[in-house]
Design a protein around this ligand. Structure first.
Ligand code: OAD
Length: 247
């Protein structure tokens, strides 16, 4: 347990990584642990290209349910604290999220990299038509189809799929620029279990670039030993305090 403030001074660069835990206090289920989102939905069925090919209707029903839950949720104090931090830091902050719920943007964050895609875009399962904004909740049949005839699918990165190199490139570019600047670098991970790579490896990348590393999580994350500071507790309470934004 570490109760100091995260040291963010003149010139400090901050890379933030968030996971499902930051949206838990907004009422959205996390992936792992009791009441987890995958309950009743085996991961391979709803979050893989093979699952989509086998039962696209089940997959659309699952993501339509997630669109509905995310639309009804509101950003919480942790999302808002990160948006406020960005107001002060501008380009010296980059927020990388594994979440697809869009709550960071709704809280006012602008420098957000959604490495696992977003619920709020749809793309073709076959052709290269660019992904497009979409908040519909298809329950099918009939399921939505592209002009090329193939089924449309959520623009989410599923298991076995590659992350968008432009997204991961932004994170690497931020770390390189931070190192070149010679300014202090802080890495803060919030609400993520450290199970899924490459996001779980960003703490190592940040350390390699000289970062001081902080973890804010409810339970011990799998990669917790890689952090300099671990603060246990709900992000909506802990994060504003650690950032000195709790009034
Ligand atoms: P997980 O569900 O694996 O982990 C959520 C973490 O948040 C857990 O370690 C909890 O202890 C913690 N937590 C829960 N409530 C919290 C709270 N109020 N405050 C702080 N921490 C809290 O979620 P992720 O690590 O985001 O990928 O999962 C990573 C990826 O696995 C997801 O993006 C998803 C999934 O497969 C894809 O869909 C591609």
């Amino acid at each position: 347990m570490d109760e100091a403030r995260i040291p963010i001074g003149e010139g400090t660069r901050v890379l933030v990584l968030t996971g499902a835990g930051i949206s838990a206090e907004s009422g959205l289920a996390t992936f792992r642990g009791g009441g987890g989102l995958w309950e009743g939905y085996p991961v391979e069925q709803v979050a893989s290209p093979e699952g989509f090919a086998a039962d696209p209707e089940l997959v659309w029903r699952f993501y339509s349910m997630r669109r509905r839950a995310a639309a009804e949720a509101e950003p919480n104090a942790a999302h808002r604290a990160l948006a406020t931090l960005e107001e002060g830091l501008g380009d010296r902050l980059l927020l990388v999220t594994q979440n697809v719920d869009g709550l960071h943007a709704r809280a006012g964050s602008r420098r957000v990299v959604e490495v696992h895609g977003t619920l709020w875009r749809t793309r073709c399962s076959r052709c290269l038509r660019p992904p497009f904004d979409d908040a519909t909740e298809p329950l099918g049949p009939p399921l939505p189809r592209c002009t090329c005839g193939a089924l449309l699918r959520p623009d989410i990165v599923w298991f076995g799929e590659m992350l968008d190199p432009a997204a991961t490139g932004r994170v690497e570019g931020f770390l390189r620029a931070a190192r070149r600047s010679g300014a202090p670098l802080v890495f803060v991970a919030v609400g993520t279990s450290g199970n899924v790579y490459p996001a779980a490896g960003y703490v190592h990348a940040a350390r390699a670039h000289g970062a001081e590393t902080w973890l804010v999580n409810l339970d011990p994350a799998l990669n917790a030993t890689s952090f300099d500071h671990i603060v246990t507790g709900p992000a909506g309470e802990v994060l504003p305090r650690l950032l000195g934004l709790d009034g």
